[in-house]
Design a binder for this molecule. Structure first.
Ligand code: SAM
Length: 268
């Protein structure tokens, strides 16, 4: 016979909790609360990093400049895809370490060898003027830091870029590879002559000032393709031109606005 010893009258007292509360139950309950807290925290928007905030400010300035220059360029604002690209590409990784804090200011910066990374507004404008499409093959003349090539590579199928200063080309190639831009091919050479083996191109962007439109580049442009190029003297401002090859092969040139680029060098 089992003897049951009753303590008290069986009702709850202030030191007891109804239900089961052993130590494993306590830990299970705590784990559920901790998980719920983590899920809630993960759903909160992360505070933007300094470079995300700086890119937002840069894009706001670019959009203001687009509005201010729209009568000359025909571009009132950034297209969503170019805007998103500018918000994502880490421009601070394309400038010397000592200038990283200035990377998102809307101005050109020195990149060594007497060359510059172009002003963000100009990169955005040249990109928009090319009207890049996901199936496009594009040539850039003047790799410099590799930033313009990185921007284009997110918008088109393949980017060929050519730089006349070998150390700049090699540095840009390393940078682009390290950041996973696998659809960019960096060449060393005189971009005046383009890349005949990879031609024709849907678009060509020249990021150094030429004294005239290079005939080899016109030749390497597809029918229906566009070239964006600054043309003019070395020491004054130049004109930004859009050169279009019609489906019938006619060349139409539009002069947009004054710009200031380093010269297209080389033996031509
Ligand atoms: N697109 C570059 C970027 O995103 O950093 C900026 C280009 S910087 C304004 C012009 C570049 O064109 C310089 O790096 C310069 O060495 C290069 N360049 C000048 N003449 C060239 C030529 N004939 N062929 C290829 N590159 C040239």
């Amino acid at each position: 016979m089992t003897r049951v010893r009753q303590i008290g009258d069986g009702s709850l007292t202030s030191g007891e909790i109804a239900g089961t509360l052993d130590s494993s139950g306590f830990f299970k309950g705590a784990a559920v609360y901790a998980m719920a807290l983590l899920v809630w925290l993960a759903a909160l928007p992360w505070p933007a990093s300094w470079e995300e905030q700086a890119r937002e400010r840069m894009v706001t300035e670019i959009e203001a400049e687009f509005r201010a220059t729209s009568s000359a360029t025909g571009k009132i604002t950034l297209s969503p895809k170019v805007k998103q690209t500018l918000l994502e590409v880490p421009r601070h990784l394309f400038v010397p370490a000592s200038l990283q804090s200035a990377a998102y200011e809307n101005r050109p910066l020195p990149i060594g060898h007497g060359q510059t990374i172009s002003q963000p507004y100009i990169v955005a404008l040249m990109t928009e003027l090319l009207d890049p499409k996901p199936e496009h093959i594009v040539l850039e003349v003047g790799t410099g830091s590799g930033y313009q090539a990185a921007v284009l590579s997110r918008l088109v199928k393949r980017v060929y870029t050519i730089e006349i200063i070998k150390p700049l080309a090699e540095q840009a190639r390393r940078r682009l590879m390290a950041q996973g831009y696998t659809n960019v091919e960096v060449h060393v050479g005189d971009g005046y002559y383009g890349l005949p083996e990879q031609a024709p191109f849907d678009g060509i962007v020249v990021t150094a000032a030429a004294s005239h439109i290079p005939p080899p580049l016109v030749q390497q442009l597809k029918a229906g393709g566009k070239m964006v190029i600054p043309v003019g003297g070395q020491f004054l401002t130049q004109s930004l031109l859009v050169v279009e090859k019609s489906p019938q092969g006619e060349i139409l040139t539009r002069q947009l606005l004054p710009v200031s680029f380093v010269p297209l060098t080389g033996g031509h």
